[in-house]
Design a protein around this ligand. Sequence first.
Ligand code: ZN
Length: 219
Amino acid sequence: MNALKTLLLAFSLLVASQAKAGFITINESALDGIFSQSSFDNNPIDIRIGTATELVFPDLLNITTKQQVTKLFNQHIGPFDFVNFYFIDFISACGNANNNNFVGCGEFPGNDFVVESSFAAGANGSELLAHELGHNLGLDHRSGGLMDPNINNSTLLSSTEVSTIRNSRLVQTDGQNFWININPVAIVAAATTQVPEPSTLLLLLLSISFFVRKNRLKN
Ligand SMILES: [Zn+2]
């Protein structure tokens, strides 16, 4: 086998391994920015990302039924008032809705949501995470802004929406500061023995998936 073939084989093995594991991407400062925008009137809600957990559930990497969504959310890590961000490979079911363009699904209200890892790692990842968190906090869909059901490059929240968020039991306070605790969870097919280093290949894959998945639904 020549060197190029060996390289290509390693390449495809890496592709295969990457496709069977959710991976966590959270831009905490970008989320903090969304939850401190002007409609928060200088009373920001701090997004606090806790320790990441890896759960082995090969049957939950590709979610195509609402039963799988229910099973996933039943794995909740931590206390009730900690939100779980689950990262998987693919999702096409949410509640009673099915759509191949879904990239996320969140309880409304609740303390769990799930997103496709590849989309969360792309340019609109923070918009997606904040949108699903918005559902957990009691926000329904509306046209325009963060809660628009489509990825629309907007993270705007209205004063009314901020009032709803402040009434959520997920918002913690010590009387002076406000915050929301998050536990990120990666769903994998098998326990990770080593974390692959970010490579040009991975970056290439991510840009391809983002390109293909533009205009997808947040749900
Ligand atoms: Zn939604």
